[in-house]
Structure formats: C-alpha cells, structure tokens
Design a protein around this ligand. Structure first.
Ligand SMILES: [Zn+2]
Length: 469
C-alpha cells in the first residue's frame, strides 16, 4: 500500500516577526524555515504528502497556521522553533504536545528520543491554558500537533549547532525518522533512496494515474504551463464529480468490439469510484436492504457497509437506530430515546429523502416505506440535538455517510478517512447530495464495494446495509 499520510510543517515566525535571534547571527525565522524545507525533502522521500505553512519569509498569524493544516486535512502538524531564555545556560531540545496527550504526545516522545541523539535534551511537556492548551497552534490545529524547540538560540553552544547547515540537515533527518516511526513507514535515507529502483514519486504517480489525472511518467522533466493547466482541469472535473477513467493501455491483440456499456441507467450495476481519499458507491435506492448480523465485520461475506448506530444496554447489543428493510421494521430506537434523528427513507415508489424520525412505527406512511436507516443528519448538522455526543460520533475518523443525489436518483455511500462531521457535510455536498446522514463510523466502519475491501473491522456489527447488483 502506498503511503498517503499528510504532514504539515509550520516554520515559526517570519515576515514582520524576525526578532528572535542568537548572539552570533542565527535568526530563528530563517533557521526553522531551513529545517522545515529539509524535513519536507526527507518526508517526501519516504512517500508522505507534505505542506508547509510558509515557504518564504512571510508573516502568518497562529490562527492562519492552524487553519492551513485544518483545511488541508493534515494527519500531523509540526511547528518548528528554536528556544530562548533569559539565562544563557539554558540549552537543549524541548518538545511540546497537547495536554490531551494522544498521538501528539506519542510523536513528541519519539521525536525527542531521536533528537537527543544529536544534541542535549531538556524536556517533553504540555501546558494548560484557560481554554484547553496554552499554545494556540496546538489548540487550534485539528490534527495532532507538536512544537519542536530545536535547542536554545540564546545558548552559545546550541546557536553554533543551529548555524551549521549540515547540523540542520541532521535535525531534519531525526525528525523524519520519528514521523516514519509514528506512522509505521520505513524511513528512506538518501543513500538508500538513490539506490532504490523505484522513483520516490512512483506511489503518488500510481494514485494519480488511477484517477486519470496524470498519464506521463518522466518524473524529473519540467512541464509546460499548458500541461499544468490541463492537469488542473482534470482535477477540477474530478472534484466536481465527473470521473475520468484512466486511459486504456493499447492492447497487444485487438479485442472484438463489444456492446457499448450503458451509462447510469437504473438497471446499471452499483458504480464504485474513488476521488482522492473518498471511496464512493452509487446504488439504486430500491436495491437497498438491511440485515441484522451481530457478527465481526471481517467475517461477513459479499459487498456491504455497516448499518446504523448501536450500543450495549445491560450487556446486550442493541440498535439505537431505525432499521427498515423490505417494508419490515427490524429495529426501532430505544423507547427512552425520545428524539428525532436523521433517517434516510426509501419509499416503495423509489422516492428517497432524509427525514427526522423518532419512532418509525408511528410514521404516517409506514406501509409505503421499503428501506430506512437512521444515523445523524448532515444537513442541517445538529449532533447534540439528535442526542449524540459530538466527541463520540463527530470526531475525525473513518467516516461512513449515505446521501441521495436527486438528479441521478441514486443513493451515494461514501467513506473517507480523517473526516469529522463537518467534513462529511462537505464531502456529501461535493458529491451532489443535499440530503445525507452519517452512519456509525470509527471502529464500526466497514465497507466492501464491488468486491474491494475499503475498510474491514473485527468489531461486532449490529446491522449491515447491502444492495443488489
Ligand atoms: Zn519560536
């Protein structure tokens, strides 16, 4: 599998903020930018996607830095700094992580351990502020975020190290090793990289090629403005939902002409495609069914996606969702859950919509319903109003959403990694669905589309949704 983790690097300060400096000419804004550029090189060799909050000497607020990482959907944010103290004796590495621990703390420990092989260490810590984390970049960034203080520029020994470009390369390599360790990716050092037969961009090329965005390999050749624009246009079309099938390779033996494939008729098979990180399946609403399974996802055969939300009550596995299949009510929400939840309803005539429903058995048109499943409504999004805990169901995770495309008359099931509830709203809107719900996600996410396993879980699922070919 190719690596698709996104690491955002934030070189601290810059632009109007260039005051932090050492006695012998080191300027923090420039030093950390150089470390960041070097770290980018290292990470790219290992197959990561990398974005810098700034690549030049420019002014950025802390909020802007966090929002660059958030909009991009970073998996990790590294804010690069060097330290200052009133006392010239203070020296060594410090790494700051969120007070909430998690993956950021894990990374903080890893990167500290790597960096103290190069220079002295001081501490790994977190700091509490009025509203959560004290440091804004950690508080405001959605992804795990650490601040790395690569020594004190107010200490003469540390400044001497920081002034040395080779030492800054060593810092970048140490940090890259820790990133690789965090994500379980093999670290590729320069020598190894040059001896490798596969070009470092090969995995990225494969993905872009599969999406039909790129067809030429010549990785180290320059491109013309025209080629660049054509590439952007293909990307734009993709984002707007037009699929660009990759060009067929010429066949050695010419195949006899086959019947043209029907495009988007109601008899068409479920259509699977992938746009960037989103896996998408388009199905006929009337082909949908639900089964109660109470089985681990990885023991279930065939194509399916996990169904609605469930939980345990007195040790029993129970559905907290509405589930209707082929006109039969398989589950209704618990009696004390006296609250309306976003429910995707397919009527027997094919009409499909998202309704807010509490007890499906009391639905005025219950006899006309063929299929229904509830989750939480994405439009309007009001997780608390549907009695879910936003931290339990809205966080960034493997997210399964289901919506209805009015013009295509298709139900669209989408699954995307690193997606919180708001991101799901956008995803479904981009896919043309104004009516959509989120199904159970996170550890319950499980999807197999057209025989391709997108996510598999060993967690027991209460119900699954299937569709007929
Ligand atoms: Zn700083």
């Amino acid at each position: 599998m190719s690596v698709t983790y996104k690491v955002c690097i934030d070189p601290g300060h810059g632009g109007e903020d260039r005051y932090n400096r050492g006695k012998n000419g080191y300027v923090e804004a420039d030093g950390v930018l150089d470390i960041s550029l070097k770290l980018r090189n290292e990470l790219k060799k290992c197959g990561f996607y990398v974005l810098l909050t700034r690549e030049t000497d420019k002014t950025l607020s802390l909020t802007e830095r966090a929002s660059i990482a958030n909009k991009w959907g970073a998996d990790l944010m590294i804010s690069e700094h060097s330290n200052a103290a009133g006392s010239e004796t203070a020296k060594g590495v410090e790494v700051i992580h969120s007070i909430y621990g998690g993956k950021g703390k894990e990374f903080a420990d890893m990167v500290y351990d790597e960096m103290i092989k190069l220079m002295s260490g001081r501490r790994v810590y977190s700091r509490k502020g009025k509203n959560g984390d004290y440091y804004a970049v950690i508080r405001k960034t959605d992804a795990p975020c650490v601040i790395i203080e690569s020594g004190f520029h107010t200490n003469l020994e540390d400044e001497k190290l920081l002034l040395n470009p080779n030492f800054r390369t060593q810092i970048a390599k140490a940090q890259a090793k820790a990133v690789c360790e965090l994500f379980g990716v093999k670290y590729i050092d320069k020598v190894e990289y040059e001896n490798k037969t596969e070009h470092w961009v090969e995995p990225i090329y494969k993905e872009l090629h599969e999406l039909g965005i790129i067809s030429e390999k010549r990785f180290d050749d320059a491109i013309t403005r025209g080629e660049y624009m054509a590439g952007l246009k293909k990307l734009l079309d993709l984002l707007q939902g037009e699929s660009h099938e990759p060009k067929e390779e010429p066949q050695p033996v010419p195949k006899p002409k086959e019947e043209p494939q029907p495009i988007l008729t109601s008899k068409e098979k479920p259509k699977y495609r992938q746009i960037a990180a989103t896996h998408i399946l388009e199905v006929d609403p009337l082909s949908l069914t639900i089964e109660i399974v109470k089985k681990p996802g990885n023991q279930i055969q065939g194509d399916f996606v996990n169904g609605g939300f469930f939980g345990t009550l007195d040790g029993m596995m129970v559905s907290v969702s509405t589930l209707v299949s082929d006109g039969k009510i398989l589950a209704e929400q618990l009696a004390h859950d006296d609250v309306k939840r976003g429910t995707l309803v397919v009527y027997k005539d094919g009409t499909t919509q998202v309704e807010m429903i509490d007890f499906i058995s009391k639905h005025p048109k219950i006899n006309d319903i063929k299929f229904a499943v509830s989750g939480f409504n994405l439009n309007p999004l009001d997780i608390k109003g549907e009695w879910f805990n936003p931290e339990e169901v809205g966080y960034s995770t493997q997210r399964v959403s289901m919506g209805y495309h009015v013009e295509k008359k298709k139900v669209i099931i989408a699954i995307r990694n690193h997606s919180d509830a708001e991101r799901a709203v956008l995803t479904m809107k981009n896919l043309g669905c104004d009516h959509a719900i989120c199904l159970d996600s996170g550890g319950s996410a499980n999807a197999r589309f057209n025989g391709k396993s997108i996510v598999t879980t060993d967690r027991k699922l209460y119900s699954i949704i299937r569709w007929q070919d």
